[in-house]
Design a protein around this ligand. Structure first.
Ligand SMILES: [Ca+2]
Ligand SMILES: [Ca+2]
Length: 283
């Protein structure tokens, strides 16, 4: 009993310390947020940066009511599922040129020293190896020296083919090594076709973590790697679903894209997933 008062007096300090670590003071700013619920493919951002994303290409449009992650009538997606090729088809020479793009380069995106990317994709066919770009903010489609991009990569063939996502950062003037997620066999993780896949990628300034989920299963870790360099200014307007040159497009739908200026916790990431499934992405 003698120690009890001392123990109690320490408790408020422990609570305050917990708040300082995880509470509002450490909150990450939402830089970009698109719910793609508009009826035409010109999308407003609900984040601190108001830059519009505009649909480009002949095989893309604003999705129908209910085409979004939640399936609620007011929930639409960006719909490029009329595309017939994923990225590019070297045999037929067909190239998917559909994209979402900002009008201009934005320093509020390029200057980030840490970030979280969150989005959902609904692929109409398997992703193309090393070709599909989901997020493109790099100086070049290949051998980029500034900025970063997120693309799909695969290995193996036929039934053994598996899929991963790759965060390809640049070391402010030089190519860097990509950080690759876990590989998933067809029908699991990032390798799903015909259903919504939840993606979150965090960079805390030193380490990159991947998360994967879907409408029915919680976000879980999907691989990690080290990146401590500065990305550098790439002078490229942000593009989703393609490269800046428009030659690595996506056959499917995208919804609920967000960019934060810091690394979200696993708990915060899962809260975004559940809000999106409920049709309350602003919650
Ligand atoms: Ca939506
Ligand atoms: Ca840029």
């Amino acid at each position: 009993m003698k120690n009890l008062p001392t123990h109690r007096s320490l408790r408020p300090i422990a609570l305050l310390a917990a708040l300082l670590v995880a509470g509002p003071l450490a909150a990450q700013n939402l830089v970009l947020s698109y719910d793609f619920n508009e009826a035409s493919p010109v999308y407003a951002s609900a984040g601190s940066l108001k830059a519009k994303l505009k649909g480009k290409g002949k095989e893309q449009k604003a999705g129908e009511p209910g085409s979004g992650v939640s399936g609620q009538p007011a929930d639409r997606s960006w719909d490029a599922s009329a595309a017939t090729v994923q990225a590019l088809d070297t045999e037929s020479k067909a190239v998917n040129r559909n994209a979402l793009a900002h009008d201009k380069d934005e320093n509020a995106i390029d200057d980030l020293k840490a970030m979280t990317l969150v989005f959902w994709f609904h692929a109409d066919q398997p992703l193309s190896s090393a070709a599909n770009r989901f997020v493109f903010n790099a100086s070049s489609a290949t051998k980029a020296t500034h900025g970063y991009y997120v693309r799909a990569v695969s290995r193996g063939n036929g039934a053994r083919r598996s899929q991963a996502l790759e965060f390809f950062p640049c070391l402010n003037g030089a190519e860097s090594k990509p950080v690759i997620s876990q590989y998933f066999s067809a029908g699991s993780g990032y390798a799903k076709v015909g259903e919504w896949v939840f993606v979150a990628i965090t960079w805390n300034g030193g380490r990159i973590d991947f998360y994967v989920g879907d409408r029915h299963s919680a976000a879980k870790p999907a691989g990690s790697g080290v990146f401590a360099g500065q990305l550098g200014d790439e002078k490229q307007a942000l593009v989703l679903g393609n490269t800046g040159a428009g030659n690595r497009g996506f056959d499917g739908k995208l919804d609920n894209f967000r960019l934060y200026d810091g690394a979200l916790s696993p708990v915060a990431i899962e809260a975004l997933r559940t809000a999106d499934v409920a049709g309350q992405p602003g919650a």
